[in-house]
Design a protein around this ligand. Structure first.
Ligand code: WT7
Length: 638
């Protein structure tokens, strides 16, 4: 496969950028011309940010799996599509060629059909990082079912909420998942999530850990048995469902500033075109390169840069089941040498954690196949950037710092590897088709000669922009398109230098970024408040050496049970039950009151400063109902 739309020089970048802004329809129409369509579009773009209504490639018909699989078969059916490395280095890896992938996706798509799944049905996927997860995702897309992948670290309660919100009737899961030294009993979590559920008709269970599971008659079936049925029926191919450009492809839940996660909806055509375009350009992918994105498919990074972006480009995507530090902190480096990985895409939190192990785990590792390094999910500090550059890239691999969000579907601001300049801790320039703008609190555009700062918004749509929040379009409008009229608001703050480079400074709303995972403070507070002994709580972020941000919880407790240590554990257990282990506070401070204004609003600014270790400049506290509480909180800081 060749990529005629791959930018090859700085000059070409400026040229492409200018064209994309001057005439977005021509620009994206040209890019889209390189994909496989059942029918071409009537209009490239129709939009307004008021409703919002965004339609890309309107009238076009396609199936994304024909672009990710079928079209590669003729010329490179034998090329590896997915290389899978298991958790345990002693276990054998698997290589799945495009031909294999075609067969497996068709087979499982037939299983889904055979179990009653139809176009438009929502299918919840709760699996570990095994090839069957990618197969399940693609099989849904093949028959036009809307997948909703839930990360394996979410609790039964979180799954139950998401099942209900999406009204999912089907679940695909595994008996269990391996992650480092741990065994996660996925099916048993699903069983808990299904207590009282009357909507789910079928649970398909794939075997991985062979842990004991209870299979409920009439509801639960084994993946392997269902495949056998399909084989007996002699069903090999599965014709791809013809989808409208704007039909939903998937739902992915993400946290916002309210207590309830939102189901971000992405549409078929625009998402396909943009994940492919950004993949090919940001990483400068060359045919034959091995691309290793270390994210989990449960997050948007895995959707876009393990599955859809790479596969639509005919690339080889490496999928890793395990964690960076097990059996030791050399695991990533070992994998890179084992498969001669060319592109490594990971999170700053992983880099910082591996940095902490020193250079020992790098001993004897060559890493000389690497050409491009990438980071995503949170700001990268300069120290980690330089360590990554020097010790992993050997000073010769460009680092792309890619800024984007679940809602943006693909990378919006990033340097292009080796083409546009990189700069430590700056995401740098917008991708073609992306028009960032900085505004102040009142929505007024921030302009100026030198470095300026403001709230980061985007002026016009790119192809993979969020279409709606599932089942509640008003929420989408309110969350993203109403803070500043006629702009998409990202929730992030940013700096811009005189050359137009962006540096993302972090969230300006009540959303935390813990190890690159997005967690709403309100969500954590709700979970803490579920604990019987808790009266009230307030959660803020604080700088954490490895996680980027840690979770600091101030809790008013009036229960009688146990001592402080036990109460802490009970609260952590409650959060694990309600959200999942990823949302557990790092610190819990018991307080007798919270700093509130006379109108009852918690002054988080003060709590944030105290959590950050600031004791002097807490700002004006005279408007507080009880200023005395601040002193107590300061003295009790942990
Ligand atoms: C938030 C989105 C999109 C991939 C994974 C996270 C932060 C993301 C960067 C970056 C600084 C970044 C932002 C953003 N973020 N990439 N390169 N530099 N911050 O997706 O869970 O939707 O979170 O992650 O704060 O808003 P997400």
């Amino acid at each position: 496969m060749s990529y005629p739309y791959q930018i090859k020089s700085l000059e070409q970048y400026h040229e492409a950028y200018a064209q994309s802004i001057k005439n977005p329809e021509n620009f994206w129409g040209d890019v889209a011309g390189h994909f496989q369509w059942r029918r071409r579009w009537d209009k490239v773009l129709d939009w307004n940010f008021t409703e919002p209504k965004i339609e890309w490639f309107k009238g076009a018909k396609l199936n994304i799996t024909e672009n990710c699989i079928d079209r590669h078969l003729e010329n490179f059916g034998n090329r590896p599509a997915i290389i899978w490395e298991p958790n345990d280095p002693e276990e054998h890896h698997r290589i799945i060629t495009y031909r294999d992938l075609y067969n497996k996706v068709c087979q499982f798509a037939n299983v889904l059909k055979n179990n009653g799944v139809k176009k438009g049905d929502r299918v919840c996927i709760y699996m570990g990082m095994i090839p069957e997860l990618a197969i399940a995702v693609l099989a849904c897309a093949r028959i036009g079912a809307v997948h909703s992948v839930i990360f394996g670290g979410f609790s039964a309660q979180s799954i139950s909420d998401r099942l209900y919100d999406a009204q999912s009737e089907y679940i695909i899961t595994c008996d269990g998942a391996y992650r480092g030294a741990k065994d996660i009993p996925l099916k048993s979590v699903i069983d808990d999530a299904l207590i009282g559920n009357r909507t789910v008709k079928r649970v398909i269970v794939c075997t991985r850990t062979r842990t004991a599971v209870s299979m409920i008659k009439g509801r639960d079936v084994w993946w392997e048995d269902e495949i056998k049925k399909i084989e007996t029926l002699g069903m090999t191919d599965c014709p791809a469902e013809e989808m409208d450009a704007e039909d939903p492809l998937f739902i992915l839940y993400t946290s916002g500033s309210t207590g309830k996660p939102k189901g971000v909806v992405h549409a078929n055509a625009g998402y396909m075109v943009y994940t492919n375009y950004s993949f090919v350009n940001v990483f400068q992918y060359q045919p034959g390169d091995i691309h290793f994105c270390t994210a989990d498919i449960g997050w948007i990074t895995g959707h876009s840069y393990i599955v859809y972006g790479p596969l639509s480009a005919g690339a080889t995507s490496l999928m890793f089941e395990g964690v960076p530090t097990w059996p030791d902190a050399g695991r990533f480096w070992e994998i890179i040498d084992k498969f001669s990985v060319n592109i490594l895409y990971t999170a700053p939190t992983a880099i910082r954690s591996l940095m902490g192990f020193g250079l020992g785990p790098l001993q004897g590792k060559k890493l000389n196949s690497l050409k491009v390094l990438g980071t995503v999910g949170e700001p990268i500090n300069e120290e980690a950037w330089h360590w990554y550059d020097e010790h992993i890239g050997n000073g010769k691999c460009p680092i792309v710092d890619t800024w984007w969000q679940t809602e943006t579907g693909g990378i919006l601001i990033s340097n292009l590897a080796g083409i546009t300049p990189s700069r430590p801790s700056w995401a740098t320039l917008p991708m073609p088709g992306v028009e960032p703008i900085l505004v102040d609190e009142n929505g007024k555009e921030v302009t100026g000669e030198g470095e300026v700062s403001g709230n980061l918004c985007i002026k016009s749509p790119w192809p993979s922009i969020i279409r709606t929040t599932y089942g509640d379009h008003d929420r989408c409008k309110k969350n993203y398109f109403s803070t500043y009229p006629e702009l998409y608001f990202t929730g992030d703050g940013a700096l811009r230098d005189a050359e137009g480079n962006y540096r993302i400074t972090g969230r300006v709303d009540d959303v935390l970024n813990v190890s690159g995972h997005r967690i709403g403070t309100a969500e954590v507070e709700n979970a803490i408040n579920m604990h019987a002994g808790v009266v009230e709580s307030a959660v803020v972020g604080y700088p954490h050496d490895i996680k980027g941000q840690g979770i600091y919880a101030y809790v008013i407790y009036n229960g009688t049970h146990g001592d402080e240590a036990l109460r802490r554990k009970d609260i952590l257990q409650t959060v694990t039950r309600i959200i999942g282990p990823i949302a557990k506070p790092d610190k819990i401070q018991f307080v007798s009151g919270l700093p509130k204004t006379r109108s009852g609003k918690i002054m988080r600014r003060i709590l944030r400063k105290i959590a950050e270790g600031e004791t002097e400049n807490l700002g004006d506290i005279t408007t507080l109902l009880d200023p005395g509480v601040v002193e107590e909180i300061k003295n009790g800081k942990i």
